[in-house]
Design a protein. Structure first.
Length: 198
């Protein structure tokens, strides 16, 4: 298993495909071991690296939302190598369109790692899917220090993303039904949200 995961890491590095950083990976694995979720939803699966690490840490089934057909092909191959195929459902397409098709389901763990510039639009589509005791985690909210440390935005193409992530953090903070912790020190920054106990 470890060898296959290492091959996935090397492949991602070689092809410049973003995967979760080691800190974030370890956080997800520890969470899965402790909370033992049964149903996981992942938005932004890429080659299946984070999904594989989560599945290998618990007995859950995972629904993966991914827009890239080439990534889906590789992810399927990786799931097969790890004998995880029967625990994975891949939903192909733009998550803003595919997430509403999952309404009626409830997930114990939701991992948001899709297009960062769309986080504020994705959030309202995820909340109806979050189970009563579920956990919502969003990755890359620090965005290379441009959000967490207010580093100068040196490239114009990042302005929209940084603004969107700041809006997303505000939306979580201002949502009275959620309790949210922000951990800029983990990986590229993550948020961890739960429903407030009534």
């Amino acid at each position: 298993m470890e060898q296959i995961l290492k091959q996935m890491e090397d492949f991602a590095k070689e092809k410049n495909i973003p995967i979760v950083l080691p800190d974030t990976r370890d956080f997800l694995k520890d969470l899965c071991k402790k909370q033992k979720p049964k149903k996981i939803l992942e938005v932004g699966t890429a080659i299946g690296y984070s999904a594989s690490n989560m599945l290998l840490s618990c007995d859950a089934r995972i629904t993966c939302c991914e827009a890239s057909k080439p990534n889906i092909i590789i992810a399927k191959q990786n799931f097969e190598k790890l004998n995880l195929t029967d625990r994975v459902l891949i939903v192909e397409g733009d998550c803003l369109k595919t997430l509403p098709t999952l309404l009626g389901q409830k997930f114990d763990l939701i991992f948001l790692d899709g297009p960062k510039g769309l986080y504020p639009q994705i959030l309202p589509k995820l909340l109806p899917l979050l189970g009563e005791d579920g956990t919502l985690i969003a990755d890359n909210v620090g965005f290379r220090g441009m959000v967490s440390q207010n580093k100068e935005i040196k490239e114009n193409r990042f302005v929209k993303t940084v603004n969107a992530l700041n809006e997303f953090l505000d939306d979580l903070k201002n949502n009275k039904e959620l309790e949210t912790e922000v951990h800029f020190e983990i990986g590229d920054g993550i948020t961890v949200s739960h429903w407030r106990k009534k």
